[in-house]
Ligand binder design. Structure first.
Ligand SMILES: [Zn+2]
Length: 136
């Protein structure tokens, strides 16, 4: 049952993959695909911030840890808005379904160490077990 004037709920999730989609998932490291990832940082992210700010909307930004390493200013800007949450989106935008579980956990632990160094809220990836929780 919806309370008051609310009639629906919406979740806004932004994959901030930058170059990791191309290098991590598709293993394409030539300038053309990497420039698409660069576009995420230079052009798309500011537009997304402007749209979310205009409507005062919070969102969940799914960020591969590699992107947080390579674009700390962009990730700090996401966190600095104070209304968004940042979710673990793999280390290299890899599919955890294709990794041995030990390697997926190793990536997640490495990402958690990185996130602890940054002022971002971390939400748990649904496919990572509680062994990789921020307390673990
Ligand atoms: Zn993605």
């Amino acid at each position: 049952m919806w309370k008051g004037r609310y009639q629906c709920a919406v979740t806004l999730s932004v994959d901030f993959d930058a170059e990791s989609l191309w290098s991590g998932t598709f293993r394409l490291t030539t300038p053309s695909p990497l420039s698409r990832g660069d576009y995420d940082v230079r052009a798309a992210l500011p537009r997304i911030h402007a749209l979310l700010d205009k409507h005062d909307l919070p969102a969940t930004f799914m960020v591969p840890a590699q992107v947080a390493e390579e674009h700390p200013e962009a990730c700090a800007e996401i966190a600095g808005r104070g209304k968004h949450e940042v979710g673990y989106h793999g280390y290299y935008h890899e599919s955890v379904l294709e990794l041995p579980i030990e390697e997926a956990h190793r990536h997640a632990r490495r990402a958690l160490r990185l996130h602890r160094e940054r002022p971002q809220r971390l939400v748990r990836h649904p496919l990572i077990s509680s062994a990789c929780s921020p307390e673990g």
